[in-house]
Each structure stands twice: as C-alpha cells, then as structure tokens.
Design a protein around this ligand. Structure first.
Ligand SMILES: C[S@@+](CC[C@H](N)C(=O)[O-])C[C@H]1O[C@@H](n2cnc3c(N)ncnc32)[C@H](O)[C@@H]1O
Length: 270
C-alpha cells in the first residue's frame, strides 16, 4: 500500500510509544461492543482501525470470521500474539478507514472502537462503513465524547501541537449524536445510541502522566511539539490538570471515567 503524507504521519504517530500496553485500560470496550451488536457464528465482521484487536479478538471468540484493518501494521504484532493467546484466527489487513479495500455489501457487521474517529475525513469514513455492509448488516462504533475526560485531554493538548490541516474536524465529534446523524443521513442506515464509560484507575497523577507521556503516541507527539516550542512544562501542566479535575478518588490514587458514545446501527434489508 502506497501511503500519502497524512497516512504516513498517522502511522508514525500510532507506532510511537506502546499502544498495546495502553489498550489494556480500554480492553473491556471491544468485548462489550461485540455483545451489544450481537455477533455470532456465521457473521463476517470488519473491525475498522482495529489496533491490537480490542474488538477484533472478542468478535472472533464469538465465532465470527473477522478482518482487522488498520493503517498501522506495526500494531498487528501484538494483535497476532493476543489472537494466538485467545486461540482465534484473524485476518489482519493494512488499510485506510476512508478507502476500505472491499466491495459493497461484503460484511454482516462493521465495528470500530476508538478507531474510525481518527480518520481525517469523517464523512468518507462513515460512507465506507455504510458501503461495505450487507443489506440487513449491523454496525457498532465506540468514540470518546468531547466533554469526557479523554476527550478533554485531547482538546486541552491539541493547541500544543502543530496547527491542524484545513478542514480538520476533531475526532471526538464521533462522540456526539448530532454529528453521527449528519454523517449517516444520506446512507439510509438506522441509528441508535448508548452512553458508556470506562473506569480508569492509576496509583497517582504522576503514574497517569507517565503512562500517557511514554506509551500514547498522539500524546508523545504533542508533548514533543510543545517541548520544541518551549511550552513543554505548560503542556504537562495542562495534561495533569485535566486528570486532576476528573479524579474521583480521595485516597491519593486516581480514578476517572472515560466517557464514550456507542453508536449502533443497521442497514435496512430492503
Ligand atoms: C485509539 S487506537 C484504537 C485501536 C483499537 N480499535 C482499540 O480499541 O484499541 C486508534 C487506531 O486508529 C488507527 N487509525 C488512525 N487513522 C486511521 C485510518 N485513517 N484508517 C485506519 N486506521 C486508522 C490507528 O493506527 C490506531 O490503531
């Protein structure tokens, strides 16, 4: 696959740090989504922007035939290890959510946990989900809410990075019902929503900062950009502040909710 500049930058970002280690914190989301969508034997499933297999692996465990697609194939190594441990077979495919390498109507189910939200062209990513679904097919997408703790960490840290490209839409718009409605209006898909949250727990605020600044590619990049413009301390303070404000623990540890929106949908059979 030949990559353009934006795709190369995306791959470089998500290859940085140790995404798989961080994925542990949100690992329950994939299995939960698989259950909500109701995946079972006989389903052909595509997990878009699958990372190391958060939704991919539980979908296969449920008996489906599963493809995990991502722009960052470096993540497949951990995915393959996890799949082997789980005793399932996954087809790992390098690809872009905005240009899925499949014919119309290929899949019974399309999933994405905190994945397609990162494709720059939201409309194109939504159109592609709708296109590759069979008539009667279902989809489930989990996306961080803009007002939630994770969403706020992105909002507060983005100004420390380079200016976004023209037409940029924040990924967390996928965490709002209004935006999803707009994206899928022309596709004819039926939509429904559920609110959900992941419980994040850390030993201390220092531990949170340490995890994000050493393992999470996008945050590593933002902190490096801040550092190079002399704003490193301010960026770290902003990140710390975000988690301090959301912290619900009172014993010196850190516990905060990662609020996200689940969009469930189906493509009418006729
Ligand atoms: C937050 S991770 C989520 C990974 C996984 N779904 C999970 O729940 O752990 C975001 C993923 O989106 C992928 N990604 C970003 N832009 C993409 C695009 N345009 N097409 C396909 N994958 C993309 C990244 O490589 C990364 O694996």
């Amino acid at each position: 696959m030949e990559l353009n500049e934006a795709q190369l930058a995306t791959r470089e970002t998500w290859s940085t740090g140790d995404y798989d280690a961080l994925a542990e914190y949100i690992w329950s989301v994939g299995a939960d989504l698989v259950q909500r969508v109701g995946i079972g034997p006989g389903d052909a499933v595509l997990d878009v922007a699958c990372g190391t297999g958060n939704a991919t692996i539980p979908a296969a465990q449920a008996g489906a035939t599963v493809v995990g697609l991502d722009l960052t194939p470096a993540l497949f190594e951990a995915g393959r290890r996890r799949a082997a441990e789980a005793g399932v077979v996954i087809e790992w495919v390098e690809g872009d959510a905005q240009d899925l390498p499949y014919d119309e109507g290929t899949f019974d189910v399309v999933l994405s946990t905190f994945g397609c939200m990162f494709a720059p062209d939201h409309q194109q990513a939504a159109n592609e989900i709708a296109r590759v679904l069979k008539l009667g097919g279902r989809f489930g997408v989990a996306a961080w809410k803009p007002e939630g703790t994770v969403g706020q960490s992105f909002a507060r840290m983005s100004p420390f990075g380079p200016p976004p490209p023209p037409g940029f839409q924040p990924p967390t718009l996928w965490g709002t019902r209004e935006h999803i409605k707009t994206l899928f209006t022309a596709t004819g898909l039926n939509l429904a929503w559920e609110d959900a949250a992941v419980d994040f727990r850390f030993e201390s605020l220092d531990a949170v900062l340490d995890e994000y600044s050493t393992k999470f590619g996008p945050m590593i990049k933002l902190l490096a950009a801040a550092e190079s413009s002399g704003r490193g301390p301010a960026a770290r303070a902003a990140l710390r502040q975000t988690f301090a404000e959301s912290n619900q623990a009172t014993d010196g540890t850190v516990a905060y909710p990662g609020e996200y929106l689940i969009t469930l949908g189906d493509k009418p059979a006729t």
